[in-house]
Design a protein around this ligand. Structure first.
Ligand SMILES: Cc1cc2nc3c(=O)[nH]c(=O)nc-3n(C[C@H](O)[C@H](O)[C@H](O)COP(=O)(O)OP(=O)(O)OC[C@H]3O[C@@H](n4cnc5c(N)ncnc54)[C@H](O)[C@@H]3O)c2cc1C
Length: 462
């Protein structure tokens, strides 16, 4: 079973329609560069102004969406409740994000080239061995990344409002606007802000896992993990060890269904864990993660404690009329790795591109069919990746013996290459049939050993 899953994993990473979108919003260093769309659609023209779109939430999804909209001729308003928001997050981003989103290297704290995968019995496997000299996993602080993307959206022409969306009135008739009620903290009225409303032709909900936009369109709920993280300042000496190295810990102690991590940042490490099934135990799991890394973080000072939900799967509804959800609001985090930053920025951009295209650069009204194009493209491009990571999580995170097998498998260079290539580039890397076969045999071997070990352990605990 595992071998089939792995084989599909390697075969199903796709490049197909992605290329088109890259051409559409080709990253440039000139953030003002506009792009033109020639579409043929019989939607009514917007008169006296351009299409107005409100983007709610200024994380990676909102920042990327707002920049693309503004560059595409849309009147864009980005509402973010906290402009210095430190989103609780490990901040690991794939190499392709740096290129695709034209990120300057000075916003990346660390370039990780060594990753240690550590088993329940503390067997450590180094899994960065196949990386080429220019390849790395980027480590960012979210307050830095998010502010950068938002500022770039503003430079492209978006109006950024420091405001909290309270609720949204849906249009009363076809083509009439959405009315957004929000607290505006830009106003010089003290900390409480000022209640205001604004109208928009379309709305992008990029307001994260607790999305109010999603509630307003009855998008439905999703299962979620709770993730906990501590930023720990350690001595310069200890920091040297983590200079370009990250750690992932697996085991029932750190998480029954996820993993614990130590990710390096500019002057501290981020230590965290997550779980769907044992949310009430999250602090206990965090202590266990800290304990596993104790030799390396000893004497460290906790400088920040943070926690946040991570969606487990897409919401039942992601588009309604002229409202679309992107990023965590839509539920785009992969299982197994818990990765969501790239997918947030990517979905924000993809959704905005669909609006720019459907509105012919802001001169025509959009409708649900325009927004659905974003969904179709998204699902076609990424659905297999989500599915495969879901299967991998079920196979390898289910028990300590299975995790031991997983770590054992990670020692294989072929596994490392395929895993890193798919993580770093998010696209199809053709597998080598002979190595695929070898891997399948090894995987089955590891799992058989894992199951035998589990049976032995079960006997012991009777
Ligand atoms: C502890 C933890 C560790 C993680 N580690 C990683 C990792 O290493 N790598 C990775 O790729 N992913 C990681 N993730 C997942 C990643 O953080 C998310 O997938 C990503 O932040 C989603 O981006 P987003 O823009 O959709 O939402 P968010 O980043 O949540 O941004 C939403 C924004 O909307 C704003 N907002 C919310 N409500 C309102 C409102 N009503 N009005 C106005 N503004 C509002 C918020 O202030 C916020 O700025 C981690 C998550 C957690 C919790």
């Amino acid at each position: 079973m595992a071998s089939i899953a792995l084989k599909s994993f390697f075969g199903l990473r796709q490049t197909t329609s992605e290329n088109k979108s890259i051409v559409l919003s080709k990253p440039t260093t000139q953030t003002h560069r506009k792009f033109r769309i020639n579409a043929s659609k019989s939607s009514p023209r917007v008169t006296g102004r351009n299409l107005r779109v409100a983007v709610v939430g200024g994380g990676p999804a909102g920042g990327a969406a707002a920049e693309t909209l503004a560059k595409g001729g849309i009147e864009t308003i980005l509402i973010e409740r906290k402009l210095d928001n430190c989103k609780p997050c490990g901040g690991a981003i794939p190499l392709c994000m740096v290129g695709e989103f034209d990120l300057p290297l000075d916003i990346i704290d660390r370039r990780v080239t060594k990753m240690k995968m550590i088993s329940p019995s503390n067997v450590a496997v180094d899994i960065g061995q196949t990386l080429k000299p220019h390849e790395y996993i980027g480590m960012v602080r979210r307050e830095v990344l998010d502010a950068y993307l938002r500022d770039r959206a503003a430079t492209a022409g978006a109006t950024v409002i420091n405001g909290l969306l309270l609720k949204m009135d849906l249009p009363k008739s076809t083509g009439s606007p959405y009315k957004l009620h929000y607290t505006d903290y830009n106003a010089k009225t003290g900390g409480a802000g000022e209640k205001k409303t604004m109208e928009a032709d379309a709305v992008i909900g990029a307001d994260g896992a607790n999305s109010r936009v999603a509630k307003n369109i009855n998008a439905g709920e999703y299962e979620y993990a709770i993730a906990f993280q501590e930023r720990i300042k350690i001595s310069d000496d200890k920091m040297k060890y983590y200079e370009n190295l990250a750690e992932m810990y697996v085991g029932d102690d750190v998480s029954p269904d996820f993993y614990g991590w130590v990710f390096p940042k500019c002057d501290h490490v981020a230590v965290g864990t997550g779980t769907v099934t044992h949310k009430g135990d999250i602090k206990k799991l965090q202590i266990a993660t800290r304990l596993r890394a104790r030799d390396k973080i000893e004497g460290g000072k906790i400088i920040r404690v943070e926690a946040h939900p991570i969606p487990e799967h897409p919401r039942p509804r992601r588009v309604l009329d002229r409202v679309a959800l992107v990023g965590d609001a839509a539920g785009y985090v992969t299982k197994c790795s818990g990765e969501g930053i790239y997918f947030a920025a990517k979905s924000g951009r993809m959704c905005a591109e669909a609006i720019v295209e459907g509105s012919e650069n802001g001169i025509k009204m959009v409708d649900e069919s325009d927004l659905r194009k974003y969904l179709e493209k998204w699902d076609k491009t990424y659905w297999p990746t989500y599915k495969v990571l879901d299967v991998l999580q079920k196979v390898f995170y289910r028990s300590n013996p299975a995790r031991e097998a997983f770590v054992e498998m990670c020692a294989d260079e072929y596994v490392q290459k395929m895993t890193f290539d798919s993580y770093l580039y998010k696209k199809v890397v053709p597998g080598n049939p002979l190595d695929d076969l070898k891997l399948a045999v090894n995987t089955i071997g590891s799992l058989v050993r894992a199951n035998a070990l589990r049976r032995e352990m079960e006997k012991l605990s009777v």
